[in-house]
Design a binder for this molecule. Structure first.
Ligand code: CP
Length: 325
């Protein structure tokens, strides 16, 4: 167990050792039981978390705010249009000033080729931890909740489990690649065999694939990329089918939507779930595009753990904030 985590930034799980992440899970489990008993604590009494949202959110905002309240602290919601960011104040001055008032700064900034760079600039100039609430590259808090959910179903030794991460169809807009990228990075470190499925135009970032390959080699597990959804589902213990945009291929919205529209049959349905193991779980970070990404029979069916997964955002984030603030 690694306990010296005060002041540690949380931009990607790659910056945390497996031991450090395990410490967080130990605490999350304890805090979840305390919450179930209606017990809250004062670990963050007098402390404030600033949360800057460049993009909308239901789960992330609510779970971080509730986490701060349940730990006896306070959170402040910022929309950039209500800040001097809207008049051009940059990441450096924002970080230097806010870190004089707050004990941590959390940010969601998903603009492709901008979000992660902005967070890194904040990290460079902040005196307090920077917490990634999703950027164009990573969504680490979501993936902590995902892994806690997997542990709750399969036990703490997840070595040898197969996770299938698959692209799905969803029209209208190009969703970030941060969820599948963070998933493949973390699950490989915890001994899971990872199969990533997507149509050819929906590749993830090359350096993330390289890091995942390295993680998988170090952990002695499999990491494969396939172009058939069925291969991700076949004999899987865990499936996470969700949509993302062809952002590595094109950032042009019109071209991207046209590519998405080529693959409407990439849906998580009952037939595909039958390919998975009997005890398998279906996961999705939500919001899910019902009838497009997933059939109601699957998302509301016996394999689905999506609401437990969403609730676990609260518990892992309480552990994270307690440890770093
Ligand atoms: N899964 C997730 O991050 O949800 P929100 O976009 O609602 O925060």
């Amino acid at each position: 167990m690694q306990t010296k985590l005060k002041g540690k930034h949380f931009i990607t799980t790659q910056d945390w050792t497996v031991q450090e992440i395990n410490t967080l899970f130990e605490l999350a489990k304890q805090l979840k039981i305390e919450t179930a008993k209606g017990q809250f604590n004062d670990d963050l009494k007098g402390k404030s978390l600033g949360m800057i949202f460049f993009d909308p959110s239901t789960r992330t905002r609510t779970s971080f705010e509730a986490a701060m309240t349940q730990l006896g602290g306070h959170s402040i919601f910022f929309a950039p249009q209500t800040m001097q960011i809207s008049h051009g104040e940059g990441a450096k001055d924002t970080a230097k000033v806010l870190s004089g008032y707050l004990q941590a700064i959390a940010m969601r900034h998903c603009n492709y080729n901008e979000g992660n760079q902005y967070l890194e600039e904040m990290r460079k100039h902040s005196k307090v931890p920077i917490v990634n609430m999703q950027c164009d590259v990573y969504h680490p808090a979501q993936i902590l909740a995902d892994y806690l959910t997997i542990r709750e179903h399969f036990g703490e030794n997840t070595r040898g489990l197969k996770i299938g991460v698959s692209w799905t169809y969803a029209p209208n807009y190009m969703r970030p690649v941060s969820v599948p990228q963070s998933l493949i990075l973390l699950m490989s470190r915890f001994g899971m065999d990872v199969t990533l499925a997507h149509p050819p135009e929906f590749k993830l970032m090359p350096d993330i694939l390289e890091q995942t390959k390295k993680n998988a080699d170090e952990a002695g597990v499999k990491f494969e990329i396939v172009n058939e959804m069925e291969e991700a589902f076949k004999d899987a213990d865990v499936v996470v089918p969700k949509s993302w945009g062809p952002l590595v291929h094109t950032q042009n919205e019109k071209e991207g939507i046209a590519l998405i529209d080529k693959y409407p049959d990439w849906i998580a349905n009952e037939k595909r779930m039958e390919l998975t193991k009997k005890h398998s779980i279906y996961m999705h970070p939500l919001p899910a595009d019902r009838d497009k990404e997933v059939t109601p029979g699957v998302i509301d069916g016996p394999h689905s753990v999506v609401y437990q997964e969403a609730e676990n955002r609260l518990h892992v984030q309480k552990a994270l904030l307690s440890l770093i603030m």
